[in-house]
Design a protein around this ligand. Structure first.
Ligand code: AQP
Length: 332
């Protein structure tokens, strides 16, 4: 079966709807036809300062949320990045193949370092996309399901794979991004032209999956729309309504056209109320299941250990090829 691989950072207590609709839902769906590897990117998390205790807690919370969402540990290898040293080792080799100017062009670094100034950003934040390339290439996946914000990093990954294959010997598969256009960029409820993001969105702009369901419903009802009344998908004129339509369609499986049809002449209040209800229907059992899983740490750690063992075997085999091809002596 062809492989898929993707990762997510444990940098919040809860995933948000951007993560879910942009990427995680595809992870769940792809399990049926692919051999899946999904990981918690804790090495990426420390590119900005983290409290060690909180990081450990969030790593387990991340795994619990994946399982609660429907990632099946029997089918998917769920693992923690820092437990497989091959990621950091391959990252070093790839850093030595990356041009400084090439790394500088990554827009996410520009965005993330803009606030405190480049001088305050860590070198790890700068080299983040190269570690991400290593994460991916180790597993030789066919597809990488992500949101639109990751497209540029996927292109760098392909360039580095090609460069290595060309300079040494064909070693890596060139992975394809798997980006669902409709939900590739979920936007902030209060600033609907900006990405919903845990570091940039205000609390009212972001719906976290583990929020109290009532609080999520309230955020939807208070989402910024526009002064009109017509429920219509129009990214230029109605970015707020369009974002809500995207979420509504993804949550219910109904087309945007059908939903628009249902609310002709009804205004925003009824539309937002029904969307809030659909979100509550989804998050309530999800939240219960996550909290239940978090109560049984032994079970959760067992899932991580089993997934990490499966992933480690694949990663180490690729790394052995790489180290040999680069010209390093075999480890005794
Ligand atoms: N708003 C979004 N719409 C669609 N997809 C999104 N993703 C994130 N935000 C959106 C996708 O979620 C996956 C996990 O990404 P991550 O671990 O890198 O999380 P993140 O990017 O740190 O999440 P944020 O909220 O975007 O964090 P900050 O604010 O720190 O940048 C990825 O596949 C991503 O595309």
């Amino acid at each position: 079966r062809p492989r898929v691989l993707s990762g997510i950072q444990p940098t919040a207590d809860s995933f948000h709807f951007g993560n879910y609709l942009g990427a995680l839902r595809q992870w769940v769906d792809l399990q049926a036809d692919y051999e899946p590897f999904f990981f918690i990117a804790d090495l990426h998390a420390i590119t900005v300062e983290q409290d060690p205790k909180v990081l450990r807690d969030r790593t387990r919370r991340a795994v619990a949320q994946l399982v609660a969402m429907g990632i099946d540990p029997a089918r998917s290898a769920i693992f923690v990045q820092s437990q497989i040293p091959a990621h950091a080792q391959l990252s070093w080799v790839l850093q030595c193949l990356t041009g400084f100017g090439e790394a500088r062009r990554m827009t996410q670094f520009k965005d993330k370092s803009a606030k405190g100034g480049e001088g305050a950003a860590s070198v790890g934040l700068f080299t983040y996309p190269i570690l991400q390339a290593a994460d991916i290439l180790l597993y030789r996946p066919h597809y990488v399901p992500v949101g639109e914000d990751q497209r540029q990093h996927l292109e760098l990954t392909r360039d580095l794979a090609q460069r290595f294959n060309h300079r040494y010997k064909k070693t890596f598969r060139l992975p394809e991004p798997y980006i669902l256009k409709a939900t590739a960029k979920i936007t902030d409820l209060q600033d609907p032209t900006a990405k919903m993001s845990k570091s940039a969105s205000s609390p009212a702009g972001i719906i976290e999956l583990l929020d109290e369901p009532k609080a999520s419903a309230k955020k939807i009802r208070s989402a910024v729309t526009d002064s009109g009344t017509e429920v219509r998908f129009d990214l230029d004129e109605k970015p707020g309504v369009s974002n809500l339509l995207t979420i509504f369609s993804a949550m219910t499986g109904r087309s945007i056209g059908e939903i628009e049809g249902d609310y002709v002449g009804k205004g925003y209040g009824a539309f937002k109320g029904d969307l809030a209800e659909a979100v509550v229907q989804f998050v309530t059992p999800f939240r219960d299941r996550t909290l239940e899983l978090l109560d049984d740490r032994e079970h959760l750690d067992g899932i991580i250990a089993a997934g990490t063992d499966r992933a480690r075997a694949v990663a180490e085999a690729t790394l052995r090829d790489v180290l040999d091809r680069v010209g390093f002596l075999p480890a005794s």
